[in-house]
Design a protein around this ligand. Structure first.
Ligand SMILES: Cc1ncc(COP(=O)(O)O)c(C=O)c1O
Length: 395
């Protein structure tokens, strides 16, 4: 019999893909140039040329059996060493191979982290606005997601609301900085305050509260933004990383999980990960991609394009009368909608061929997400439409 659980998920429409689907349909009707699709977070800059070159070299130099064969469930030892050394060099940490587990993107890393430190029925805390996939990630592990409402003026953490939600059933707190959908980066004072509060609650509850730090946008940080390495501020941190955005490889499905060596049972957390892989049927990651990212570990795509788009769009939006917390990274922006109903607002925008995702999809109504990972010329041509949209609301 077909699974009721997954059939039910079919009816919980994925609004982002629904909007992107509409964008494709509209592009066929009126031409792609006339649709301003800001719905999807797909990198718009290619991978650095060295990535393809590295892959070609690996295929030429290594044996087919080695590159295409099964690898160790944890990931290749030399790749895990390279990841650890790179993090140590860049962030003053002391990771070793035993703290690194190679994953299928950040999604795979979060799925493993959530299972490694919880029991079904535990609570996981996340902060609005949050990545919508946190719902299926947590539900799939039998966990209850508790969402801390946003502090809409700063989009930093709403500590009063967090304190109300924390309780002994909370096994982990999930943070995402730089953030999808807002682009906001948690500042050093915010992260320190969070760390202090979690330390206090761990003592009070008598068990660890892990901080799962989902960081696929770590490399997309804008000039001068205070952006701490979160694991350096709180020992019980599990960092989830992806090469999807930093080197524009979302389709290659490669990332890693790094457990702070100072975390409780750090090595054991990594040791259980391949057992989790067995239960979810996601054993190992592609050898070719592991070898490639290890060779390109500190490279990035031409990420400055995103900051350029952000500067132009943010300046114009503020001039047009929108309110928005200025992003510190990513390729997203999360302005307030010009009417309380963010879905109705996005519908108004649609009439001008501007496609956005309503904030309610991220647990933060009254806002909308602009994914500005599009060519610069598209941003420039969209600006008059933003102005028209603002005028519709008397701005
Ligand atoms: C906040 C956040 N976490 C996790 C992911 C999943 O990343 P990946 O595609 O690398 O698995 C994404 C992807 O967009 C994301 O925005």
């Amino acid at each position: 019999m077909l699974s009721k659980r997954y059939t039910a998920m079919l009816s919980e429409k994925d609004i982002i893909f629904e909007i992107a689907g509409y964008g494709r349909q509209r592009a066929q009707e009126i031409g792609a140039d006339n649709v301003f699709d800001f719905s999807l977070g797909n990198p718009s800059v290619p991978a650095p040329p060295s990535v393809n070159q590295t892959m070609t070299d690996i295929l030429r130099e290594r044996s087919s059996l080695e590159v295409h064969g099964y690898g160790p469930g944890m990931g290749l030892p030399e790749v895990r060493d390279t990841v650890a050394q790179s993090l140590n060099r860049r962030f003053g940490m002391n990771y070793e191979r035993g703290h690194i587990f190679m994953t299928i993107g950040a999604a795979g890393a979060v799925a493993h982290a959530l299972r490694a430190v919880t029991e079904p029925g535990d609570e996981i805390v996340a902060f609005a606005p949050y990545f919508p996939e946190y719902r299926p990630y947590t539900a799939g592990a039998g966990l209850n997601l508790r969402v801390v409402p946003a502090n809409v003026d700063t989009l930093q953490i709403n500590f009063e609301a967090l304190e109300e939600i924390l309780n002994p059933k909370v096994a982990a707190v999930l943070v995402n900085s730089p953030n999808n959908p807002s682009g906001v980066v948690l500042s050093t004072p915010t992260v320190r305050r969070l760390a202090g509060l979690l330390e206090e609650k761990q003592r009070e509850y008598g068990h660890p509260i892990y901080l799962i730090s989902d960081e696929p946008y770590r490399e997309i940080r804008f000039t001068g933004v205070d952006s701490p390495y979160i694991a350096a501020c709180y020992p019980n941190t599990i960092t989830c990383y992806s090469f999807s955005k930093s080197i524009s490889l979302p389709g290659e499905r490669i990332g890693y999980l790094a457990v702070n060596p100072a975390a409780e049972q750090a090595e054991k957390i990594v040791e259980v990960c391949p057992q989790i892989s067995r239960t979810i049927g996601q054993n190992g990651t592609a050898t070719l991609m592991q070898l490639t990212v290890a060779k390109c570990i500190e490279e990035t795509s031409e990420l400055s394009i995103y900051e350029h788009n952000k500067d132009r769009l943010y300046r114009e939006l503020i001039r047009d009368g929108f309110t928005c917390v200025e992003p510190g990274g990513t390729f997203y922006m999360f302005p307030r909608s010009l009417e309380p109903d963010d879905v109705a607002f996005c519908q108004q925008a649609r009439e001008l061929e501007l496609l956005f995702v309503p904030g309610s999809a991220f647990g933060c109504p009254g806002h909308f997400r602009i994914a500005y990972c599009v060519p610069e010329e598209k941003v420039i041509r969209a600006l008059p439409r933003f102005r028209q949209l603002a005028k519709r609301y008397g701005k």
